[in-house]
Design a binder for this molecule. Structure first.
Ligand code: G6P
Length: 488
């Protein structure tokens, strides 16, 4: 990508995701306070060779035109473009089809009971809302698209988007990346709208997943459900190829490593060390979501305390459970369940001066989080299924001096990259996780060092920036190859 005089051209990129990477709070009739949530993808797109715009929902309901105009203007300064979704669409599309149907299904938790029959009204109206919402995203993309742009669609919220975009402009370069697992084709088969969704996704030029297994499941679903051909590159339907490949995401590891040198973070670390002096620190950081296996983690910790009384008072589990999707009933039930288990364990094993579990129902700011990662002896990631799980990467990035141990679910995508350094567990097997906790707590320094080194090398050499560059360059190549094939 060079101009005629040899200067590199920044690739124009439209990133489309359900949620914009900002928190928007309305200050006034026509003013908004915005804060950028700097995840890996954001840093990758803002820093690197992309001229990127981000299209998505700002997570707030803005019914009035004055508010919409003001928010659009404020977001433009952050290179973000809003899609306005009203409350009813959010209810049916986001809470309903996305988070009550696709999310649990893609994580092997099945379809909700009342929607098992495709004929129920709620399933049909939620799917209609899903398609309508995807069309609304497409309309905004079309408004901002300039010939030659790369359009990169993200996640399970927008599986219909590639089709909407290609129907309008078959020349548009469209990629789609899934941040969750793609389940076995036998699971996907249970979804009433299984074929419509697959057909919509394969309208893209390039389809990407975190792991090779997810890509393989997707290809099987296409061959078994749609009856189309699998090729070494992906799937082929009536002579049109859709490339399917694995692109494992990473984090901006430098950002975490740099943070550890900041005085405020060091102050936090010192406070935490003093606070938990004499006790080993175990840490869980999760969104409060059923896929994260928080109840299973707590039960394993309870079993460990039951079986190893000598550890009472010598270990503490800090569990940060960030509330999420709180309008969905399943998430409300989970919250009560977790509180009940924490209460029971603290009641059983606590003393007048200390409790074994500190449970927080909120997020931490970046600096406090880095400090916590850095002072942790053992991180516990027990997802029942997880697309990748970047908490495990963040922990590793912050552990260069301590060389703490990572206990990692074999059902997280990260198990495929950090498996050799972590202790891998089946989170459903409480006895196995309890034994892993003990193994991690008593692991000799030499072994910890070796395992950490393995993980640290991976995390620092597979970054979010490289991931984004790789996906976009593969998308450009895929389109060029397809054009050449047509010419031949
Ligand atoms: C997962 C999804 C993301 C989503 C995030 C937070 O990581 O893959 O697309 O943004 O959860 O969930 P929320 O529903 O709050 O956007």
């Amino acid at each position: 990508w060079e101009s005629p005089d040899g200067r590199p051209i920044r690739q124009r990129l439209l990133v489309v995701a359900n949620r914009l990477p900002v928190s928007a709070v309305r200050k006034d009739k026509d003013s908004w306070l915005l804060e950028i949530n700097a995840g890996g993808l954001v840093s990758a797109l803002l820093v690197k060779d992309f001229e990127a715009r981000w299209i998505g929902w700002a997570g707030v309901n803005v019914p009035d035109e004055v508010g919409q105009k003001a928010l659009t203007k404020a977001l433009a300064e952050k290179r973000c473009i809003p899609v306005f979704l009203d409350e009813e669409i959010v209810h049916q599309y986001y809470n309903g089809y996305c988070n009550n149907i696709l999310w649990p299904l893609f994580h092997y938790l099945g379809l909700p009971q009342e929607d098992r029959l495709a004929t129920t009204r709620s399933f049909q109206s939620q799917f209609a809302a899903y398609k309508k919402a995807n069309q609304m995203f497409a309309d905004v993309v079309n408004k901002h698209y300039v010939e030659g742009d790369v359009v990169w669609c993200h996640d399970y919220h927008l599986m219909f988007l590639p089709k909407c975009l290609k129907e309008r402009n078959s020349k548009m370069k469209v990629g789609w990346f899934l941040h969750t697992p793609f389940p076995s084709s036998e699971i996907h088969k249970t979804l009433p709208s299984r074929s419509e969704l697959l057909n919509a996704v394969i309208a893209a030029d390039l389809v990407g997943f975190h792991t090779y297994d997810y890509a393989r499941h997707f290809v099987s679903a296409c061959t078994r459900i749609l009856g189309i051909e699998a090729t070494p590159e992906g799937v082929e339907d009536q002579g049109r190829l859709t490339r399917v490949a694995a692109f494992p995401i990473g984090i901006d590891s430098e950002r975490f490593i740099r943070a550890l040198g900041v005085p405020q973070v060091q102050k936090h670390m010192k406070e935490l060390k003093e606070r938990f002096d004499g006790r080993k620190v175990m840490l869980g950081v999760d969104r409060l979501d059923m896929i994260k296996g928080i109840p299973q983690k707590l039960l394993a910790f309870e079993k460990f305390l039951e079986e190893k009384p000598s550890w009472h008072d010598k270990v503490v589990l800090l569990q940060i459970a960030v509330p999420t999707r709180t309008d969905v009933p399943e998430y409300q039930k989970l919250s009560s369940q977790v509180h009940e288990i924490v209460g029971r364990i603290n009641g059983r094993f606590g003393t007048l001066t200390a409790v074994p579990i500190h449970h927080l129902d909120r997020s931490l700011d970046f600096q406090a989080l880095c400090a916590l990662y850095a002072v942790t002896d053992v991180a516990l990631v027990t997802s029942l299924r997880d697309g990748m799980n970047l908490v495990s990467y963040e922990f590793v990035a912050c552990q260069d001096s301590k060389k703490g141990v990572l206990i990692l679910s074999e059902f997280a995508g990260a198990a495929q990259s950090l498996g050799a350094g972590a202790i891998l567990v089946n989170p459903w097997n409480v006895t196995e996780v309890a034994a892993a906790i003990e193994q991690a707590l008593i692991m000799p320094a030499e072994e910890r060092e070796k395992r950490h080194q393995h993980n640290f090398e991976h995390v620092s050499s597979h970054t979010a920036q490289q991931w984004a560059e790789f996906f976009v360059s593969e998308l450009n190549d895929t389109v060029i190859e397809a054009q050449e094939r047509i010419r031949r």
